[in-house]
Design a protein around this ligand. Structure first.
Ligand code: NAP
Ligand code: COA
Length: 273
């Protein structure tokens, strides 16, 4: 790789695929890549959400494309990836961010509830990466998995997410080993509590729980989708050309331990119900 001094994070004419890119954090990532000049493809289950996301990305002046498929369905996901590749060309960046979450104690969690989250988060990430690899630029492509603090912090009411996202982190490291020789980097980002998202509205729905979360973040604020998108743009940029197999938090320091305290307090009444 070159030793050239790099002055910006321009992603003009790069091609980015975002699985789960039609709302929340992943939509914010897709939009910021588009603002940086990248052409963007998105996938999620809802055709309506895909259509409105594609329209809003095109308004940013880039080429955009989207397809509806469940990441749990390998064949349908591979078809969307293939169609995106036919439309936009080789992927420079492949982002896997589809996920499901709801708080429930392990003893009240049905086997199917556990399976549904593991299937979306972990099997879904495997499917997106396994099917997407053939369309990645080689050398030079990069993968970014969207993990979560639960991958590192055991968290009450989150047995399914903790297990699934810990798996995502190990998949990240394992594929960094397998795909490094082809010049493909594989990293993950751990968002902290991100304001205005479906995920945090499910986990901390009241003002009281929001305040507990805020006070457990060392930097004392919720994050924004842009906080996460900035780290993704860094990982996708030439500045990170020698970075692979890393699980990088964009979380105000939450995974240092504050989250387990806050979620312990929030989760306790749910255990007692
Ligand atoms: P969100 O708004 O609910 O976004 C989830 C996205 O994934 C949507 O586009 C959804 O669209 C899609 N999706 C869900 N299930 C899918 C499936 N089976 N197949 C294909 N697409 C599917 O979530 P968010 O809160 O922004 O979270 C986004 C990511 O950040 C997740 O990976 C989450 O674990 C991670 N994260 C979030 C937070 C947070 O504070 N929110 C913190 C840490 C980590 P459809 O409904 O159309 O399928
Ligand atoms: N508490 C306990 N169990 C729940 C639950 C809850 N709040 N929500 C769903 N489940 C259970 C269901 O009862 C079912 O189990 P069962 O068959 O034993 O009754 C199982 O989970 C699957 O539910 P289903 O609604 O069929 O799943 P789905 O595949 O249609 O949807 C979810 C997946 C449940 C994860 C849904 O919440 C979703 O689509 N989430 C995406 C958005 C999201 O979670 N965003 C936050 C990302 S961090």
């Amino acid at each position: 790789m070159s030793n050239e001094f790099i002055t910006d994070l321009d992603l003009r004419d790069k091609v980015v695929f975002v699985a789960g890119g039609t709302s929340g954090i992943n939509l914010g990532i897709a939009e910021d890549f588009a603002r940086a000049g990248a052409h963007v493809a998105v996938q999620s289950r809802s055709q309506d959400k895909v259509d409105s996301t594609v329209a809003s990305l095109r308004e940013l002046g880039v080429r955009a494309w989207g397809g509806a498929a469940d990441v749990r369905d390998y064949a349908a996901t591979e078809k969307v990836l293939a169609d995106a590749h036919a439309e936009l060309g080789d992927f420079d960046v492949l982002i896997s961010g589809a996920a499901g979450n709801f708080p429930v104690s392990a003893l009240k969690m049905s086997a199917n509830a556990f399976k549904s989250v593991v299937d979306i988060d972990l099997l879904g990430t495997f499917n997106v990466l396994r099917a997407g690899y053939q369309f990645l630029r080689k050398p030079g492509g990069c993968v970014i998995n969207i993990s979560a603090p639960q991958s590192e912090l055991p968290t009450i009411t989150q047995a399914h997410v903790c297990a699934a996202k810990a798996g995502v982190d190990m998949l990240t490291r394992t594929l960094a080993l397998e795909w490094g020789p082809a010049g493909v980097r594989v990293n993950a980002v751990i968002p902290g509590p991100i304001d205005g998202t479906e995920g945090m509205s499910r986990l901390a729905p009241t003002e009281e729980s929001r305040s507990l979360v805020t006070n457990s973040v060392p930097l004392r604020r919720y994050g924004t989708p842009r906080d996460v998108a900035n780290v993704c743009r860094f990982l996708a940029s030439p500045l990170a050309d020698y970075v692979t197999g890393v699980i990088l938090p964009a979380d105000g320091g939450w995974v240092l331990g504050g989250a387990s305290h806050a979620m312990g307090v929030i989760g306790q009444p749910l255990l007692d119900q």
